[in-house]
Design a protein around this ligand. Structure first.
Ligand code: BG6
Ligand code: MG
Length: 219
């Protein structure tokens, strides 16, 4: 029986994935690295350092910098990202999400956040959604990032539920892989070809309907 929902944040609750990409693009330019089209999905869901290493790998520059230099690059990306998210307001909650959260609450479902972002609490504050969730996984405590299932397992445990009692939402292929590795029901939001491992796929958050997802979950 369905008892809980678990949400990724960037690209699911708010359109912040584009700010991450914008900030990474600026750093890549500075380092003379051109991001390939697949970076748009590959950078989603990955921790700050994993993302930086992926970007450096696109330029064959993984070993070109010291750990201190890499830390400085990651900080400058995050400084720009923090500037970009300053402008966020509740208007930036993605279409369909506020209704989904209201419906879930009315149906007594418990909800948690499984975001790799250390900025998730700040973003939720800007969106005035800090109180909407029962738990937020602290990504600093993770041993492994998405596609490892750990973050979704912790988000499920925080709700005191079993894997077959939750539905998890993701916009990244690494995230969908993590959900499936956690044996949970995966809702993918985005390109069906990229998110093909999900149990239920919609092109955008505007297409999310709790009733329809519940039907797929029960089937
Ligand atoms: C994920 C994003 O939610 O968080 C990634 O999809 C990002 O793009 C990751 O790299 C880490 O975010 P932050 O804010 O801690 O650098
Ligand atoms: Mg995401």
């Amino acid at each position: 029986m369905l008892k809980g929902l678990i949400f990724d944040l960037d690209g699911v609750i708010a359109d912040t994935a584009r700010f991450h990409l914008q900030a990474w693009n600026q750093l890549a330019k500075r380092l003379d690295i051109v991001l390939p089209p697949e970076a748009n999905d590959a950078l989603r869901g990955r921790s700050r350092l994993d993302s930086l290493n992926l970007i450096l790998s696109y330029g064959n520059k993984v070993d070109a910098y010291s750990d201190d230099e890499k830390a400085a690059f990651a900080k400058s990306k995050n400084d720009l990202y923090l500037e970009l998210i300053q402008t966020l307001t509740p208007e930036d909650i993605l279409p369909g999400i506020a209704q989904l959260l209201r419906d879930a609450k009315a149906q007594g479902l418990h909800m948690s956040i499984a975001s790799a972002s250390k900025n998730a609490p700040t973003i939720l504050q800007h969106l005035q959604l800090s109180d909407a969730f029962d738990a937020i996984v602290d990504p600093a405590k993770l041993h492994r990032g998405k596609p490892d299932p750990e973050i979704f397992e912790l988000a499920q445990q925080a709700l005191h539920l079993n894997a077959d009692e939750v539905i998890s939402f993701e916009d990244a292929s690494a995230g969908v892989q993590a959900i499936k590795a956690a044996n949970q029901f995966a809702v993918g939001i985005g390109d069906a070809k990229v998110l093909h491992q999900a149990d239920y796929i919609v092109p955008s958050t505007a297409d999310l309907s709790l009733d329809a997802i519940r039907q797929a979950f029960d089937a």
